[in-house]
Design a protein. Structure first.
Length: 443
């Protein structure tokens, strides 16, 4: 499959970036040197952002292929967009030939089962251990030895997931995200759209520990990298009662939800919203919580598949249609959007994020209902774009009836049925000329 430029990119932009590479890199013998501290790497990252990432590559892997392609241009060039793209295509082909390796990621969880459990979740097998298996514990070194700002590992069970990857960066990001999604799904089904929960963070019954640790199974050792959980809070680690019972409740929901996954074009969006919503519940700062909740509405109701093209007013208008009192919901959502804008751009005055908490809490409860609706009714649509077309249809009965009348008029005018002609053609035998033509075509 040929490389594809993103909508915002152009050959001219790529050409200018490639032409600037000799100012920032140099090949000395066999060694490739960076001449500038950050600009050179920024140019390579920008080049990676100019292309759509192939579906079988992780974003970090595309970035590595770009690094290889820029190096391949030296020392002779030429430093133009066509040559760079050829080098990049060659680097991707070579990368695909590399055999993948088996990696395992694990993280502490504030749930300790009586025995080991294996759960199939969105294409992965997540394993819940009572304790860290001996073969993983024997060679593990606590990350606090390398970074004193990381919280020590708390007591609890262990969640692990494994997969095959060509790079440890792709393995670390993908597997840690799989564990994040799993916990978010468990927490989502512990909460009802109705009722008041205080504090909002108590909605996150199940929580992950401070680090995600990555084990290279082929090499039999841990990698040099580990991923941190910035929202880990030791003070809330033991909060929540009856976790074993709650865990079983969420697993039952998982089984029923996964049976209905395939025909639902809104399923993946619903799961992503669960992750964002759970991130809001575990966020330490009100600003972070606010931004994540609004991001859910962008994911669902933005007019662009990439989630970037829908304006605040359009998103609030679309989402409000799902509330019985659309005018109130639209006003609340638009207030959320303005608070989000202030938080994201540091425009807010002292205390404004705190003032917005009631708005965020109410929108969070609304999202609980909306995500459930997406899981149950999303199958009615053939695509996400069709869902958005449907959402843009007026909600008011009078306007719907008028639209219905106009649609019928359009069908009658642009696509007349020609009933008489259809009936006559069914009664009459084909003409001699038609029969002769069919015979000649067959001969």
């Amino acid at each position: 499959m040929p490389l594809q430029l993103k909508a915002h990119a152009s050959r001219e932009r790529v050409g200018k970036l490639v032409a600037a590479l000799p100012e920032h890199f140099e090949l000395r013998g066999k060694d490739f040197h960076l001449l500038t501290w950050s600009t050179g790497d920024a140019i390579r990252a920008t080049l990676a952002d100019c292309y759509e990432c192939p579906k079988d590559l992780h974003l970090t892997e595309l970035k590595e292929c770009v690094r290889g392609a820029t190096r391949a241009l030296f020392p002779d060039g030429p430093f133009d967009s066509e040559t760079f793209e050829d080098k990049l295509a060659t680097a991707i082909v070579a990368f695909r030939r590399e055999p993948p390796k088996q990696y395992l990621a694990w993280c502490r969880v504030n749930l300790r089962p009586e025995s080991q459990r294996r759960i199939r979740f969105m294409g992965n097998t997540v394993t819940l251990h009572r304790n860290l298996p001996k073969w993983l514990a024997d060679c593990w070194r606590d990350p606090t030895e390398f970074n004193s700002t990381i919280a020590p590992e708390p007591n609890g069970g262990v969640l692990s997931v494994r997969g095959e990857f060509r790079t440890e960066d792709a393995a670390g990001y993908t597997l840690s995200e799989a564990l994040d999604r799993f916990i978010a799904f468990l927490n989502f089904w512990q909460n009802s759209p109705s009722g008041f929960t205080y504090p909002e963070s108590s909605r996150a019954v199940f929580r992950l520990g401070p680090t995600f640790n990555l084990f290279d199974q082929g090499a039999g050792r841990y990698t040099n990298s580990f991923w941190t959980n910035p929202d880990f809070d030791g003070g809330t680690w033991h909060h929540g009662m009856d976790k074993d019972k709650r865990f079983e409740t969420s697993l039952e929901r998982l089984r029923s939800t996964q049976r209905r996954r395939s025909p639902n074009p809104l399923f993946d969006t619903a799961i992503r919203c669960m992750v964002l919503l759970n991130g809001g519940w575990t966020a330490r700062e009100d600003k972070h919580w606010l931004i994540l909740v609004w991001s859910c509405f962008e994911k669902v109701f933005s007019s662009g598949v990439d989630g970037t093209k829908g304006g605040y007013a359009a998103i609030a208008r679309r989402a409000s249609k799902f509330d019985a009192d659309s005018s109130i919901r639209e006003a609340v959502l638009y207030a959320l959007a303005r608070h989000r804008n202030d938080a994201a751009h540091e425009n807010d005055r002292s205390g404004s994020a705190y003032i917005a908490r009631e708005v965020v809490t109410d929108c969070s409860r609304f999202l609980l209902w909306l995500i459930r609706w997406m899981l149950s009714d999303g199958r009615r649509f053939s695509s996400r774009s069709e869902f958005l077309d449907w959402v843009d249809i007026p909600k008011e009965r009078e306007r719907l009836l008028q639209r219905h009348r106009l649609h019928k008029m359009a069908l009658t005018y642009w696509h007349p049925r020609r009933k008489k002609e259809a009936q006559e053609s069914r009664r009459s035998p084909p003409s001699i000329s038609v029969i002769e033509r069919l015979r000649s075509d067959a001969g």
